[in-house]
Design a protein. Sequence first.
Length: 405
Amino acid sequence: MKRSIALACALIALLAMAAAADGANRRPKPPPPVVTAVTPAKPELGERLIIKGRRFSTRRPANTVILRSPAGATSFLKPLSASRRRLAVRLPLSLDRLMVRRAGALVPTRFRVRVLTRRRFSAYLPTSRSPVVMPPESGGPGGGGDVGGDCDRDGIPDGTDANDDADLLADALEATVGTDPCKADTDGDGLEDGWEYWAARDLNQDAVPYPGRRPFSNPLDPSDAGVDFDGDSLTMAEEHALWRHVGSGFDPGRAAPESNSPLAYSDGTQTSRPGETPAVPAFRSASFGIPFAPPSYPARLELRDDGVWSDDERDADRDGVTNYHETHGPGTQGWWKATLGLESVPAWPKSPYGTFAVRPFADLDPLNPDVDGDRLLDGEDDQDNDDVANLFEMYERTYDVGGTP
């Protein structure tokens, strides 16, 4: 009898220990870190890069900063210092092996940034806010071109190069405007001097000389990157990023009056390329056996039905979703919260099929056609996993499902 009681007690103790262990295993995982910004916007190899955000570990070795090149190669860096909201890393000279080269020379390269903390990954910082790593000795503030130097590394000495920093502005014009002829971004706001100059020309009137004072885009004003001068919902930083994404297009023939803009994307006009019809997206659902009947393109992208393609209606990454939808519209969590006025939607059994429920999801990116990396374009993907494609839900505020305004 005593032996039975002892065995029963031992069994109860074992069950209690197992239950405690199971409870410990079911503890919720800590939330992932979040990266919100980096400074400076254009660090050189060998310099420090500051990563700002939240939920980093105060234990320096517990954090890893991940830099991803345009080709997808990654570099893993341990921070020099760490706090809950700030990490500091030094960009090693060995990072040059991941940078883009042209004619054998290193060129400024944009790296995506994310952080690994306590086995949790942050999302990548949006491309438009990611740092552009500069080759060493690429020209500092107020440097100016040296006769024997080569600021833009194009093989032409600065003494004979008409545009030392390759920023769309000739050195003689930069001397008039007051920008640095050996630094493509004089005010350090992440926007090329020439792009800001021509955007200001577009806004003021093509035939009138450059307006060197605010309220126009200004290569000497470091505070204007977040302004939307042409009123198309896209900020200067966003339109500059779109311009870079589509190849930094510049057509001198369009610099004439009434020719819209020489820039492929400009913050000085809402219609940088009004007659450039967006390409039909190369949807991939069929290759995965997923039923998907896309609406007509490019008509689906035209929000105003006026036959003119404004910059916010265009689709820079060709994923089937307009630039507006991916920056400030239904492709962002903030739009739904502001529109519905709620942080969450209470369950209602009679909700129409396909209703977009407010919950955390990855914001779309106008520079990335597949933000979640599942090989489906963002337009045909299903961000909130309710079996209704993004483009049908996101355009529902403008069109009905059949495409009727």
